[in-house]
Design a protein around this ligand. Structure first.
Ligand code: HEC
Ligand code: HEC
Length: 221
């Protein structure tokens, strides 16, 4: 009987390690996000650095991308000082747990994203075509081709603009991002062009959201 039981446990582990691990990670993650809620859990919360802009929405974002971005802050590839300090305090396991939590956070709110988003104005359509943005960020900028890439649709436009500009900045100790792919993508554009794309992408319906703490509390009960 004991043997049978351990066999069962073994085969269950072999069959569904990812699913089990993810559900467990998300549960663990829920205990670790207290320090994030003060900024990422308040709708419309503004950061003042490097300029005033809304803190990015991370609920509903891809877990693998969340981990990638936290690693980038930890390594200094993304220079934002507050997020660097926060990421430095997280272990690999913390990051995986927190990312699993945020990926499913707010999913029950069940917003269906329409298949056909509002068409971009002609000028924006041309810019997006020139940058081939949808080839990686996917259909409607909400279905990236790799889970390590971000969903962008509906993200705060002012944050998207700050992020895009950051890929154009080097040699600044406090501002900048060095991700090779996006540096190559952002450099050819003027700031005005980046702003036009950010405004359009931010207006698209998508999965990203801010889930305020009160909802978070009742949902976890
Ligand atoms: C003091 C406010 C603050 C706190 C606390 C905070 N963040 Fe952030 N977070 C920000 C800001 C501002 C940015 C945008 C930084 C930038 O421009 O790169 C950001 C960016 C991020 C990003 C990248 C989002 C993207 O779309 O690329 C992730 C992921 C993230 N934070 C996760 C967390 C987690 C997890 C915690 C808690 C462990 C946390 N943050 C705590 C303010 C905060
Ligand atoms: C070859 C694939 C690829 C293409 C093409 C691409 N991106 Fe990206 N994008 C990425 C990756 C990978 C990241 C994550 C980079 C990082 O970790 O900083 C990213 C990040 C971003 C971010 C930051 C998101 C956040 O939450 O911080 C924005 C904004 C963005 N891309 C916009 C665009 C736009 C606009 C275009 C077209 C001009 C574009 N991308 C084209 C792969 C791509």
């Amino acid at each position: 009987m004991k043997y049978l039981l351990s066999l069962l446990i073994l085969s269950a582990a072999a069959l569904g390690p990812m699913r089990v691990a993810q559900a467990q990670d998300a549960k663990e993650g829920e205990k670790k996000v207290a320090m994030c809620i003060g900024c990422h859990g308040i709708a419309g919360y503004q950061a003042s650095f490097p300029e005033i802009h809304k803190v990015p929405m991370i609920s509903g974002q891809n877990a693998k991308y969340i981990v990638n971005s936290l690693v980038a802050y930890k390594k200094g590839e993304r220079k934002h000082p507050t997020m660097r300090a926060i990421a430095a305090s997280l272990s690999d396991k913390d990051m995986a747990d927190i990312a699993a939590f945020y990926e499913q956070h707010g999913k029950e709110a069940g917003v269906t994203v329409p298949a056909t988003p509002p068409a971009p104005p002609a000028q924006v359509a041309e810019l997006l075509k020139k940058g081939n943005c949808a080839s990686c960020h996917g259909e409607n900028m909400n279905k990236p081709i790799d889970p390590g890439y971000p969903k962008l649709a509906g993200q705060h436009a002012d944050y998207l603009f700050v992020a895009l500009k950051a890929y154009q900045i080097d040699n600044n100790p406090q501002v900048g991002r060095s991700n090779a792919i996006m540096v190559g993508m952002a450099r050819p554009f003027t700031r005005a062009e980046l702003k036009l794309m950010a405004d359009y992408i931010g207006s698209l319906p998508g999965d990203l959201k801010t889930v305020p703490e009160s909802r978070f509390r009742s949902a976890s009960r």
